[in-house]
Design a protein around this ligand. Structure first.
Ligand code: FAD
Length: 505
């Protein structure tokens, strides 16, 4: 039981939802001095925030929908995030072949020019035209594609971004409770009184808070209507998006962005060294939110989309893993699921007593700015969050990797622990940045990392994930704190499960 709860002092802020938006708000608010409780019904980033395409991007295609505000904000954020978390976020070049059947070359050129110039703080290389007959990225493409463009965006390990925000919030004093669901809440004497269910034990408890943030993502409307029983005129549009992972289709560090005849775009991205990530789709979702899975026709669509461009053929049987998520988009009444705005809307309800802020929409890329806007909106009614915004230049945990960027940081780690195999050193630096040293701790040999059979995952790392990153199951470790699930076999996965069961009882 936390001090705030036991002393019956209300929290300033109760945040419902441990996706990127909830975790980002928790970090920002705690840093401003507010007392914060965040509850997440499953693991951190269990839903949409681990199911994205993992791009830190302005969203080139949103320019077609005149979303200039969103694109500009996202491009500005791209630069900030690259500096805040250089271990888990890195630049990537995107190759865009020109196809006569879709958009004219002048339109792509104009769009890219705008994309390069909308943000004033761009440090990444700008876009340029390329000839696939001579450029190395052309080798993977069918010979009919001769011309195209290359531009910059960023890549993020999405679920790790959520966890890093939660760690930072917790280090600053936030109470982060995973596997804890908000089951009821009402306004009592100017405060929120909320009932929480511990989903591991089934026990319920009551907490009080001055304000409530509804960052429930796909559940945002359900939480308002069914749990809080608060009327709201805004609605959410759930749009499913799926990805497939196949053995690597092309060489090189660049990603590809392909235009489809239906005007949609599909990405093919180098993934986890040995794989290619392909996505995504836009399928309206009318059912309850929850875990969703890719459908057979989405797999065919994604294979067809890349087969139109790549020399190599991707088949359904090549798929080694897939994932799907629900975009909780603000419903702007667009007829087409691809056209629904990707911008966010913050709805503040103060009319009925204690403040309630609900978040509709948003992107991983804009989560930090969304958090700032959310607190600006709350500040007049919640003085505890009225402090200066502070997150723009503060690194996330592990992001202080030092001079010279990732490569230099990796070299330093390898010199400090020369006994670490190259792949493991790389993975530790990519996932944990400077915190890799905490995992290594006193270990002076590989044996002391406690490697489990069948992979490079050791008990030291798992213990760290349990103690500092809220990992409770093998799935948390293998699919959200890392993507080791893609690299190790079933026996090794079972080993992780057994170890965690023994450790956690
Ligand atoms: C296919 C796809 C591709 C995308 N690609 C990109 C991309 O490349 N770049 C980008 O910037 N954005 C991308 N996005 C958008 C981005 O992923 C989302 O906007 C973002 O993750 C939403 O985060 P969230 O915190 O609002 O929601 P979520 O991550 O879903 O978090 C909400 C959380 O609330 C919890 N919750 C709900 N009800 C309760 C309750 N009663 N009690 C406790 N907890 C509760 C849920 O368990 C959930 O974990 C993509 C989205 C999709 C689906």
């Amino acid at each position: 039981m936390s001090q705030t709860e036991s002393s019956n002092v209300p929290y300033d802020l109760l945040i419902v939802g441990g996706g990127v938006n909830g975790a980002g708000i928790a970090r920002d608010a705690t840093g401003r001095g507010a007392s914060v409780l965040l509850v997440e019904q499953d693991d951190l980033a269990s839903y949409t925030s681990s199911a994205s395409t993992k791009l830190i991007h302005g969203g080139l295609r949103y320019l077609e929908y005149y979303e200039f505000r969103l694109v500009r904000e996202a491009l500005m954020e791209r630069e900030r995030l690259l500096k805040m978390a250089p271990h888990i976020i890195w630049p990537m070049r995107f190759v865009l072949p020109h196809s006569k059947l879709v958009r004219p070359a002048w339109m792509l050129r104009a769009g890219l020019f705008l994309y390069d110039h909308l943000a004033s703080n761009m440090t990444l290389p700008k876009s340029r035209g390329i000839d696939f007959r001579t450029h190395s990225s052309g080798r993977a493409l069918k010979p009919e594609y001769t011309k195209g463009f290359v531009y910059s965006d960023g890549w993020v390990q999405d679920s790790r971004l959520v966890v890093l925000n939660a760690i930072d919030a917790a280090q600053r004093g936030a109470d982060i409770r995973t596997r804890t669901r908000l089951v009821a809440a009402s306004r009592v004497n100017g405060l929120w009184e909320a009932t929480l269910e511990d989903r591991t034990t089934g026990a319920t408890s009551t907490v009080r808070a001055r304000a409530l943030v509804n960052a429930a993502g796909p559940w945002v409307a359900r939480l308002l209507a069914d749990t809080l029983k608060v009327p709201n005129s805004k609605s959410v549009r759930l749009v499913k998006g799926s990805h497939i992972v196949v053995p690597r289709v092309f060489e090189g560090p660049q990603a590809y962005i392909f235009q489809n005849p239906d005007k949609r775009i599909v990405f093919a991205i180098p993934y986890e060294q040995d794989f290619t990530l392909i996505g995504t789709t836009d399928i309206p979702w009318e059912q309850e939110p929850g875990k969703v899975a890719i459908a057979a026709d989405e797999i065919s669509y994604l294979c067809e989309s890349v087969n139109r461009y790549f020399r190599a053929t991707v088949k359904e049987s090549d798929v080694v893993w897939s994932y799907a998520g629900l975009r909780p988009l603000y419903d702007d009444a667009s007829a087409n699921a691809s056209a629904v705005t990707r911008d966010y809307v913050l709805d503040l309800d103060t009319q009925n007593g204690a403040p309630l802020l609900s978040i509709f929409g948003g992107k991983i890329t804009t989560y930090r700015k969304l958090a700032e806007h959310a607190l600006e909106k709350l500040a007049p009614v919640l003085p505890a969050v009225a402090g200066q915004s502070w997150t723009a230049n503060e690194v996330l945990p592990g992001g202080d990797i030092g001079e010279g960027g990732f490569t230099a940081a990796l070299d330093r780690l390898r010199r400090a622990a020369p006994w670490l195999p190259e792949g493991l050193a790389w993975r530790l630096m990519r996932n944990y940045g400077s915190r890799a040293y905490e995992i290594i701790g006193e270990a002076t040999s590989l044996a002391e990392m406690g490697l489990l059979p069948g992979g490079d995952l050791g008990t030291r790392e798992i213990d760290y994930l349990i103690t500092h990153e809220w990992a409770r199951t093998a799935e948390d470790v293998l699919w959200r704190r890392s993507k080791l699930g893609l690299h190790i076999n079933d026996a090794a996965k079972a080993g992780v499960e057994t170890y965690m069961r023994q450790k956690l009882g």
